[in-house]
Design a binder for this molecule. Structure first.
Ligand SMILES: C[S@@+](CC[C@H](N)C(=O)[O-])C[C@H]1O[C@@H](n2cnc3c(N)ncnc32)[C@H](O)[C@@H]1O
Length: 280
């Protein structure tokens, strides 16, 4: 039984890092004209109300994307600018964001004619909302099923290139191992694919199981970017990490620059580390 609902967490500091990395990877891959098959294995519901009860209950967006939005004048790079331009459509008159896009929407916003998006969501209500969002959107296929199993069924894709985001809620204890296992199988079917895997940094550091499993796997070229909160809450996430298999050349320095630009204590209040988990 799935109980996680992303509406409580949408736009938090982890979403900022994850969506910055996602859009950067997609745009860098699009420097070449050949088509990209995009997969979002844990898609959520694609659009979130930041003024709704769920978002306001946790206040996570207030210390995440709302802060970034407030310091947008200082974000000069084109890598941030494209994100800010998209967020502008969800901004209210009062200078705060009212809506925040989820990962399927970020994919969709940059999709070209030759690209496609397959988005999976297992939670019945979230899956229905996602289905309504996807209906009539060109190049988008929504599957209300397990994204890890579904991904493997669709690989290798029709298009010459592949970009996968895996962003589980890690509600199931075995999920760190399941994600690693699926990633290895997916990589074996499509070795040139770019795979982004998000994980939370929690007490007890359960994400080390995922990292260890990947370090011991045949997968090469895995970049790891982590941001840590300078003032972590007593409970919950103290940091957020993203693993990137086969990152586009130069991705590491551009993501570092992006996250450094929003790291000050008046913005996200984070420190960052980037390293190769597995080199080439
Ligand atoms: C962290 S949220 C996704 C947020 C979204 N990727 C974003 O960035 O906007 C994780 C989602 O995965 C869904 N989920 C959990 N297990 C799943 C599975 N095995 N397959 C597909 N979706 C799953 C949850 O219902 C939840 O909506």
């Amino acid at each position: 039984m799935l109980s996680y609902l992303h509406a409580f967490h949408a736009g938090n500091f982890a979403d900022v890092q994850k969506h910055a990395a996602l859009v950067l990877a997609l745009r860098m891959m699009q420097a070449k004209s050949s088509g990209i098959a995009c997969f979002d294995t844990h898609a959520g519901s694609a659009s979130y109300n930041l003024l709704g009860d769920r978002a306001l209950k946790t206040g996570e967006a207030q210390s995440g994307i709302q802060r970034v939005w407030q310091c947008r004048e200082q974000l000069q790079s084109s890598d941030w600018q494209v994100l800010m331009d998209e967020l502008a459509s969800g901004a209210g008159a009062g200078g705060t964001l009212e809506r925040y896009p989820g990962s399927p929407h970020w994919f969709y916003r940059f999709l070209r004619e030759q690209d496609s998006l397959t988005a999976f969501e297992l939670h019945p209500a979230e899956g229905e909302t996602l289905g309504r969002w996807g209906a009539g959107r060109s190049g988008v296929r929504v599957c209300q099923e397990d994204g890890l199993k579904g991904l493997l069924r669709f690989l290798p894709p029709r298009q010459p290139r592949l970009l996968v985001l895996t962003d589980p809620s890690y509600e199931v204890k075995s999920e760190y191992e399941d994600v690693a296992d699926t990633l290895v199988k997916a990589w074996q079917k499509c070795r040139h694919g770019v795979f982004l895997v998000w994980y939370p940094v929690l007490a007890g550091r359960p994400h080390e199981r995922l990292k260890n499993a990947l370090s011991e796997s045949p997968i090469r070229k895995v970049l790891c970017h982590e941001i840590m909160l300078e003032r972590p809450p007593e409970r919950g996430m103290s940091g957020s990490g993203i693993l990137v298999v086969n990152p586009p050349w130069g991705f590491d320095s551009r993501l570092t620059a992006m996250m450094d630009a929003v790291s000050s204590s008046s913005c996200l209040g984070t420190t960052a580390a980037m390293d190769w988990l597995v080199p080439e």
